[in-house]
Ligand binder design. Structure first.
Ligand code: G5P
Ligand code: MG
Length: 223
């Protein structure tokens, strides 16, 4: 029997639209590996690597990391998990990054979370992150069991430096100018699937049903 083939998926959406939260549910339900460009950059900052030190000011100011740096970093990580199904979160964020990814991989689907900017601004100021794992909490939506500490490891949670209100505004602007064209790029390729709403718990069931159908149709074609 031919084994079902690997799945290549991307999740997109403005900063704070719930990519990390929905990715957690997708990996738990469907077993795809989650690759978050932001988590990788923050891990580098935390470990004070050369790259992390170079990129920290860029990220703290709400600006994008240069395309060539980002594409090299992510494509390198993807090469290491070539035989696994994966879900990319936060990459690509420019058309140039999307083209670099396209040169190597054919995507099965691009999930786009469409959440109003006003909703996002409220969310980000109450976000807390477990830096080693990327697990996210929110004091209103999904608070940790013990305030300030990660549920699974008991380690302390941090507020991201780029979640200050003025930086969030800059990140949203950069999303409009640099990342929205990527949605058009994928729409024209016929792989974009948009889910709109203001609450992750209402968006998630639609994403789940969509992925169930998508994955089973891909596997049926292969087996
Ligand atoms: P990141 O790390 O990729 P962003 O800005 O794309 O950062 P972010 O902020 O991580 O995205 P998200 O993952 O979309 O947001 O959202 P999330 O963390 O799941 O949810 C946000 C908050 O809302 C959480 O507290 C969550 O609990 C809560 N929440 C979720 N759903 C609900 C709900 O229904 N209701 C409520 N009330 N709350 C909810 O990138 C960071 C930086 O790295 C660089 C850039 O500088 C970028 O700014 N970078 C790149 N640069 C260039 N190219 C790339 N490809 C880059 N990737 C990263
Ligand atoms: Mg995230």
């Amino acid at each position: 029997m031919v084994l079902p083939r690997v799945i290549r998926a991307v999740i997109m959406g403005a900063p704070g639209s719930g990519k990390g939260t929905v990715s957690g549910r997708i990996t738990k339900t469907f077993g795809l590996k989650h690759i978050s460009s932001g988590d990788i950059l923050r891990a580098n900052i935390n470990a004070q690597t050369e790259l992390g030190l170079l990129m920290k000011s860029c990220i703290d100011q709400g600006q994008l990391v240069p395309d060539d740096v980002m594409s090299r970093l992510i494509l390198n990580d993807l090469r290491a998990i070539d035989s696994s199904s994966w879900l990319l979160d936060g990459f690509p964020r420019t058309v140039s990054q999307a083209e670099a990814l396209d040169d190597v991989y054919t995507l099965d689907t691009v999930i786009n979370l469409n959440v109003p900017f006003q909703t996002i601004k409220q969310r980000l100021t109450s976000r807390w992150t477990h830096l080693p794992s990327g697990r996210v909490y929110n004091t209103d939506f999904n608070p940790p069991k013990v305030p300030g500490f990660d549920d699974e490891t008991g380690e302390p949670l941090f507020q991201r430096d780029d979640d200050r209100p003025e930086t969030v505004t800059r990140r949203l602007k950069s999303y409009e100018t640099q990342t929205e064209p990527v949605l058009e790029y994928y729409r024209s390729k016929g792989v974009l699937e948009t889910f709109s709403g203001t609450e992750t718990n209402k968006i998630w069931p639609h994403v789940e049903v969509f992925l169930q159908r998508k994955l089973s149709s891909i596997n049926q074609k292969v087996v």
